[in-house]
Design a binder for this molecule. Structure first.
Ligand code: MG
Ligand code: MG
Ligand code: MG
Length: 300
């Protein structure tokens, strides 16, 4: 029997990588990642002394379990020639499969929450797994500040913290988030692509990137670079719209930069853009607060 790989989405984040590692470990599968680790995830793996999963950039001919995604545009290359045997996710479904497979989706703050909830007996004896999952919950929920956060995420995080021996969950969350919360000195393309998702909205290609910072002024200082890059990306890669959310995790809001028709952004957010960006107080989640209204603007 060919080996089964557990793999997360492109532009891998902490939830996608840690969920792949733990779920693969629990099932006797192999964890993989479709791209480079971001600094936050590298910090987490280093903290728990866990090696990075194997880099898999062509999944053709492999058996796959998809974690933390199901959108075809976000799946590892070659997946159309792979056998997907299971999907474990916390995003809206945009997945079609011509054979019956296991699909497990719950509306919670992270994929890690789902894994912890259903495998707590095994995780109880594994502080490393508990720590990885805790970091993933804190990362995806932005330390419980994101509107995607559920009571279940908080309860499970508290349980995981106990097992992992982490006394101060908030402080640990801030350490995790801090690891990539600065864009100083980084090439703007890297900043935009480190957490970037492609969507197909009514046949139109839309890309939405996000960065999380502790001080939004760092982003404002590089406004021109950002806007130029988004326009270049839109024009060179056939996007109808490219959006970049610069989220200030302290102020709890996002500056939304975009390249595309301003009328679409106005339709999506009921804000008339005065330029290539606007601030949305309380906006922290791409999944809940940005992708759905943009999709609606394109489909209605
Ligand atoms: Mg993710
Ligand atoms: Mg996730
Ligand atoms: Mg995220």
């Amino acid at each position: 029997m060919s080996e089964v790989y557990v793999i997360g989405h492109k532009s891998p984040d902490t939830d996608t990588v840690c969920s792949a590692i733990v779920y693969a470990g629990l099932k006797g599968y192999k964890p993989a990642r479709p791209g480079e680790l971001n600094e936050e995830t590298a910090y987490v793996l280093d903290y728990f002394k866990v090696p990075a999963p194997e880099l898999l950039t062509d999944a053709a001919g492999k058996k796959l379990v998809l974690v933390d995604h199901n959108e075809p545009a976000q799946v590892v290359d070659g997946a159309d020639k792979a056998e997907i045997i299971e999907v474990l996710d916390h995003h809206k479904m945009n997945f079609v499969c011509n054979t019956p497979i296991y699909i497990h989706v719950e509306p919670v703050g992270s994929t890690a929450t789902i894994i912890a909830k259903h495998h707590m007996d095994a995780i109880k004896n594994n502080p490393t797994y508990a720590g990885l999952l805790l970091a993933a919950v804190l990362s995806d929920t932005v330390i419980f500040k994101s509107p995607t956060t559920t009571e279940e995420d908080k309860t499970i995080a508290a349980e995981l913290a106990k097992i992992a021996g982490i006394p101060d969950v908030q402080a640990f969350g801030i350490d995790v988030k801090k690891a990539k919360a600065s864009i100083k000195g980084k090439p703007i393309a890297d900043v935009i692509h480190v957490d970037f998702k492609d969507y197909d909205f009514a046949g139109k290609k839309v890309g939405i990137g996000q960065t999380e910072v502790i001080d939004i002024n760092e982003v404002y200082e590089r406004k021109d670079d950002i806007v130029n890059y988004l326009n270049e990306l839109k024009n060179s890669k056939g996007y109808a719209m490219v959006v970049f959310m610069a989220t200030d995790i302290i102020k709890e809001g996002s500056e939304l930069y975009f390249a595309g028709d301003p009328a679409m952004m106005e339709k999506a957010f009921a804000v008339k853009p005065e330029g290539p960006s606007f601030w949305l107080q309380g906006c922290m989640s791409r999944k809940k607060q940005v992708a759905p209204p943009v999709e609606k603007a394109f489909t209605s």
